[in-house]
Design a protein around this ligand. Structure first.
Ligand SMILES: C[S@@+](CC[C@H](N)C(=O)[O-])C[C@H]1O[C@@H](n2cnc3c(N)ncnc32)[C@H](O)[C@@H]1O
Length: 299
């Protein structure tokens, strides 16, 4: 494992701190009772420093909106669409296995660096928390070639439908690493499998507004590397039809997003995209002849 990857591990504490703070609100979008202990003082320090750098509560609010958006997506995939294999890639200190109501026989795999998962187990063990599904942790480096074998060795069945989540990771990866990861996910997913992920746009890398936060992250060894203005094409290249939502839009607002929705046609602005995809089963030509699946995923 290299130093660059190691430096990304503490970003999971920042996310946990954001979820802990959200859990204290009367109008919370979710309740994550383990988050404060998982974040620890380091997580709250990250959260405060990132908000100070950004000059806004965006570094705390974005993960909260994203968490609830993908809570809804994962539960919908399992409850309504019948999926029973859930894979959280770069799961970090995510506690969905414990706090969401999964259907019977759901298996949830958490993939992250071994040291992240082991410190998480300490906190979970101390709290005596019990998952609401069959939970399996897989300590791997997602930039290495062998992680799919480790997942399969834990019981994951590529030939069965699955739902994947890659949340809070792609920003930190190089373009070849993003491509390599999505290609491996493609090789591990059966037709009609689902995927959720978030990705930044290119404008974020040029925006003076976003510069202080990017600089603060880079200073902590977690520089931004990847962004795309066209998540639909990125996903299509790797075998997924995608439905893209920006925070603040319907389904990703929850009455909490403070700024007006900025249409994608307006160029040059920093943006984040919440992406839901479905593994395509038909040729491109045939795909043009049928209604887009995304209508079915929207509520
Ligand atoms: C910003 S956190 C997001 C964690 C979680 N998905 C969430 O939203 O709370 C990024 C996570 O990516 C993990 N990560 C980064 N590079 C990785 C790699 N090469 N292999 C496995 N995990 C990695 C880090 O350890 C960290 O937990």
């Amino acid at each position: 494992m290299n130093g660059t990857v190691d430096a990304l591990a503490p970003t999971s504490r920042w996310m946990a701190a954001a979820r802990a703070r959200e859990s204290e609100r009367a109008d919370r979008l979710f309740d994550d009772p383990l988050a404060a202990a998982l974040a620890g003082p380091e997580g709250f320090a990250w959260l405060e420093q990132m908000e100070a750098a950004a000059g806004s509560d965006g570094p705390g609010l974005y993960p909260v909106i994203r968490t609830r958006f993908f809570d809804d997506f994962l539960l919908d995939s399992c409850r309504r669409l019948g999926v029973r294999q859930v894979v959280l890639a770069a799961a970090g200190l995510d506690t969905r296995a414990f706090r969401l109501g999964w259907p019977a026989r759901t298996r949830l795999y958490e993939l992250d660096l071994p040291e992240v998962l082991s410190s998480k187990e300490d906190v979970i063990g101390e709290a005596g928390a019990r998952p609401n599904c069959e939970r399996l942790t897989v300590g791997v480096d997602l930039q290495e070639a062998t992680w799919p074998e480790a997942l399969v060795a834990c019981g994951y069945r590529p030939e069965r439908q699955s739902v994947w989540l890659i949340e809070g990771l792609l920003y930190y990866l190089t373009r070849p690493a993003v491509r390599g990861l999505l290609e491996k996910v493609r090789s591990l997913t059966a037709a009609n499998s689902l995927i959720g992920l978030d990705v930044m746009n290119r404008g974020l890398f040029f925006s003076p507004v976003a510069w202080p936060l990017r600089a603060a992250l880079a200073w902590r060894g977690a520089p931004g590397r990847f962004g795309t203005n066209d998540p639909e094409t990125l996903m299509a290249r790797h075998g997924f039809d995608a439905d893209v939502t920006q925070p603040g839009e319907a389904g990703a607002n929850f009455g909490r997003w403070p700024t007006p929705r900025l249409p994608r046609e307006v160029p040059g602005l920093p943006r984040s995209f919440l992406v839901r995809g479905r593994r395509s089963i038909v040729s491109k030509r045939a795909r043009n002849l049928r209604p887009r699946f995304s209508a079915g995923l929207r509520r």
